[in-house]
Ligand binder design. Structure first.
Ligand SMILES: NC(=O)c1ccc[n+]([C@@H]2O[C@H](COP(=O)([O-])OP(=O)(O)OC[C@H]3O[C@@H](n4cnc5c(N)ncnc54)[C@H](OP(=O)(O)O)[C@@H]3O)[C@@H](O)[C@H]2O)c1
Length: 267
């Protein structure tokens, strides 16, 4: 039975369209609204197919939220994301965030508003199962190895740095401890920027070049040995669909902000 009413912001995009089609075929979900500025007024099926997908496309979150979704999925751009999320919470929807680029300060505010509204927000920098596993393995490694750095690789056109996956990993590792530096940053000789940005106690380096899709290395170093955890994504948005569907099904059981798909998975 289609009990869960869903709105997808960014439903005409690369990631959002794959998710919207999967929601359309899911037995327990109804896609009641889609958001895209350039296709407002059309039906979603006309834009991304199939034709039977008659969900209306709205140009703004305010209009889309009039359909009273149970779950609002944010899959647009960082500059629009926070406003969408706060509006959805005020309309008493639970929220799943796939968009990358929100800061920890943004998330602190979102957590506060979600708790006041008694609603859940599940923010997942990367819905792919293989990334969830990389995060868990990295957390295990950080308990034993005090030195690590992250390298985030993406295509040349990706504007936000570092990737949502890298931000989320740095945030997780900060809960275990800060990575130790043998030479502190203030004692570096040469341009300190070449050591990357220090993000919640981790040095993070972002590479943006043609030829890359999205990948990440978490490198843990010890004297005479190192562990490199590497994740590589392909070019389709399929790896993100199942994780996002799981997040949509589970977010209603949460209150406040939760980061990472493992918040709703059993390990
Ligand atoms: N968490 C994950 O696993 C995961 C996976 C893939 C991507 N992502 C992230 O998801 C986000 C979207 O990526 P994408 O590659 O799908 O982007 P995309 O192909 O450019 O699609 C963006 C979508 O958002 C809409 N949009 C953009 N700005 C908007 C605004 N101000 N108001 C309303 N709608 C707006 C666009 O439609 P209009 O331009 O017509 O408005 C389009 O539907 C990025 O932050 C990306 O890093 C996360």
């Amino acid at each position: 039975m289609k009990t869960l009413r869903i709105c997808v912001a960014g439903a005409t995009g690369w990631a959002g369209s794959a998710l919207a089609r999967a929601i359309f075929t899911a037995e327990d979900m109804e896609l009641v609204a889609a958001i895209s500025r350039s296709h407002a007024g059309e039906s979603l099926g006309e834009v991304i197919g199939p034709e039977e997908l008659t969900t209306p496309v709205f140009g703004s979150a305010a209009d889309a939220l009039k359909t009273r979704p149970d779950v609002f999925v944010e899959y647009t751009k960082p500059d629009a994301a926070k406003g969408h999320i706060l509006s959805a919470l005020k309309s008493r929807a639970h929220v799943v965030v796939g968009t990358s680029g929100l800061t920890n300060e943004d998330y602190e505010e979102i957590d506060r508003v979600a708790r006041e509204a008694d609603r859940g927000v599940l923010a997942v920098g990367n819905f792919a199962l293989t990334v969830v596993l990389l995060q868990k393995f990295a957390e295990m490694a950080a308990r034993y190895i005090p030195h690590w750095e992250i390298i985030d690789y993406a295509h040349a056109g990706k504007k936000d740095v570092p990737s949502g996956t890298a931000r989320e990993l740095a945030n997780r590792l900060s809960k275990i401890r800060e990575a130790e530096l043998v030479v502190p940053l203030e004692k570096i000789e040469g341009p300190v920027e070449t050591r990357g940005a220090r993000l919640q106690g981790t040095q993070v380096h972002s590479v943006r070049l043609p030829g890359y899709v999205i990948s990440i290395d978490a490198i843990f170093g010890m004297p005479d040995q190192k562990l490199i955890l590497r994740h590589e994504s392909g070019t389709s948005a399929e790896p993100y669909v199942n994780g996002a569907l799981l997040a949509i099904r589970e977010v209603g059981k949460l209150v406040g902000l939760h980061r990472g798909l493992d918040s709703v998975m059993k390990f």
